[in-house]
Design a binder for this molecule. Structure first.
Ligand SMILES: Cc1cc2nc3c(=O)[nH]c(=O)nc-3n(C[C@H](O)[C@H](O)[C@H](O)COP(=O)(O)OP(=O)(O)OC[C@H]3O[C@@H](n4cnc5c(N)ncnc54)[C@H](O)[C@@H]3O)c2cc1C
Length: 491
């Protein structure tokens, strides 16, 4: 045993020495705060590892992976570390490959494409596109921080998914490295291809387990001319979610269709201090935004107002962008305000099909009563993608036990309702216990076979998706992250 561990230590040391020799001291960090901050992502589950690598070029990435392969060192690729599931936490140690410095953005207006480095921040891509009159729609709430590499790896979604879809819908091509350090490109600066397997789409959403992305080509579309926003209050959660079905049946196509249940509204109004409808305070809401030409918006507005009068108990339209901002403040305020209900939050991102959404809302009501925990729920209703926020006090073992029970029951129910356990955050570590209820044995075997074929030595992001990890057994770091700030917007 002692012989084995001495050998492992020697191999680790030799690998690190080879890495430093290849990349130099400035790109390899082996101690200090910067290294510590990359030992976890937004899940704050921290693991010890050997070296943080600050990649600057494609060549760096190839070199790292070749060495990792030679010495069998685990590599966890990292964007900004906003993942909520532990997918960027280096659970098996080894090396963390930070891509933030590879952040070049080139807009090709004539092709309606952007060629971007994996470390480019999503908001910067959006701003660069808008400067050219173009539009990059995917808008995760973390967009001021997260990178396109992370978005590709998790197939990130956002509010505008209702009309515009998710990251996958905008990825034209990916370039990067296989776990063995060989360079590959899946697609190019062209709009279509039918030339062998579509590995580009396999990489999207694979959480950095199949390859390292070093270049992304994304599609841009014309920027919509105008927007119109309305908020509609309903008598009950049931009614609000029936409203989502009615909107679909009417053929209305909002850019954003967000749902907030009574608990979320309570958080925004009573704790966040963001009041909207004094007359119908505490009622569930749908926040709806249309975009497009002025003529199109006129028609959408008339039809939506007709529907809102019929189905809702009150509504309020935004007269201009400034008043629309006040409406969006409700959505933004609730998440931070939830921490008044507990000091820890399990933010699930489950998906249920349209026809089962009202059933799902009733189930959440029962779940809260059974486990005696608040579970404010809001989300991207048009996609059926709901954030169920199970609030508890981490130091209270009894509350922790109940939160764990509630998560398990939630996941079972979502699958029973023909939904899926994650719509945008991915599996990472947090959802590994539920993979086998979401995927049958044949599906699991296919996924494992793909992983084995592309990464036979298990170098890239090991321990994620397939190995069961109980997040409850590990205490998250007590450290503040820039996006943790509970800034409640002023009205
Ligand atoms: C406040 C907050 C709000 C959020 N809102 C949303 C939301 O609205 N929608 C949504 O979808 N998500 C949301 N998230 C989750 C998170 O922002 C996304 O998952 C995002 O895509 C992660 O990007 P990142 O750059 O931080 O990646 P990281 O967290 O660093 O990494 C995430 C995964 O991507 C892999 N990865 C990163 N870069 C590469 C690369 N170049 N090549 C291969 N693999 C790579 C990592 O290995 C890891 O598996 C939110 C998170 C927070 C904290």
């Amino acid at each position: 045993m002692a012989k084995k561990s001495t050998k492992a230590f020697e191999r680790k040391s030799a690998a690190l020495a080879a890495l430093i020799e290849a990349l130099g001291n400035r790109k390899v960090v082996t101690e200090g705060r910067e290294k510590y901050m990359a030992s976890f992502d937004s899940s704050k589950l921290s693991f010890d590892y050997d070296a943080l690598i600050l990649a600057r070029t494609e060549k760096d990435v190839g070199t790292v992976l070749k060495l990792a392969n030679e010495y069998k060192v685990p590599v966890t690729t990292r964007g900004r570390g906003t993942s909520l599931t532990g997918s960027a936490s280096p659970i098996k140690g080894g090396w963390v490959l930070d891509m933030m410095k590879m952040n070049r953005i080139v807009i090709k207006k004539e092709k309606s494409m952007a060629i971007v480095g994996p470390g480019a921040v999503v908001k910067d891509i959006q701003d660069a596109a808008e400067e050219e009159g173009l539009f990059y729609p995917p808008d995760p709430s973390s967009l001021k921080y997260c990178t396109i590499g992370g978005n590709v790896a998790c197939n990130a979604g956002g509010l505008r998914g209702a009309k515009y879809g998710v990251t996958r819908d905008y990825v034209v091509a990916l370039e990067g490295f296989l776990p063995n350090g060989e360079k590959v490109s899946w697609g190019g600066e062209y709009k279509k291809y039918a030339t062998g397997y579509n590995i580009r789409d396999l990489w999207i959403g694979s959480e950095g387990t199949l390859g390292v992305v070093t270049k992304v080509v994304v599609k841009l579309i014309p920027k919509p001319a105008a927007k119109w926003t309305i908020v509609v209050a309903f008598e009950s959660e049931d009614k609000a979610l029936q409203g989502v079905q009615e909107i679909a049946r009417l053929g209305l196509n909002p850019a954003i269709l967000e749902y907030l249940d009574c608990n979320s509204i309570y958080c925004a109004e009573e704790i966040g201090g963001v009041k909207l409808f004094k007359e119908v305070s505490g009622k569930p809401l749908l926040l709806i935004e249309f975009d497009g030409t002025k003529a199109r918006l006129k028609e959408d507005r008339l039809r939506t107002l007709e529907w809102a009068k019929e189905s809702g108990i009150a509504f309020k339209e935004a007269k201009n962008e400034k008043t629309a901002e006040v409406l969006w403040n409700v959505r933004r305020a609730c998440s931070g305000a939830m921490f008044a209900l507990g000091n820890a939050k399990i933010n699930e991102d489950i998906v249920v099909p349209l026809e089962n959404q009202a059933k799902f809302a009733r189930f959440i009501g029962r779940l809260q009563k059974k486990w005696e925990l608040p579970m404010p729920t809001f989300g991207h209703a048009a996609d059926g993608n709901f954030h169920v926020n199970i609030m508890f006090h981490r130091e209270d073992e009894e509350e922790k036990r109940r939160a764990k029970g509630a998560v398990a029951e939630l996941m079972e129910k979502v699958v029973a309702l023909k939904g899926i356990i994650s719509g945008e955050h991915g599996i990472g570590l947090a959802k590994t216990p539920f993979m086998t209820i979401a995927r049958n044995p044949a599906e699991m075997e296919v996924m494992k076979a793909i992983k084995k074929a592309l990464d036979p030595k298990g170098i890239l992001n090991p321990g994620k998706i397939f190995d069961v990890f109980e997040v409850w057994d590990k205490t998250p770091e007590k450290v503040g992250l820039p996006w943790d700030k509970k800034l409640l917007p002023k009205q």
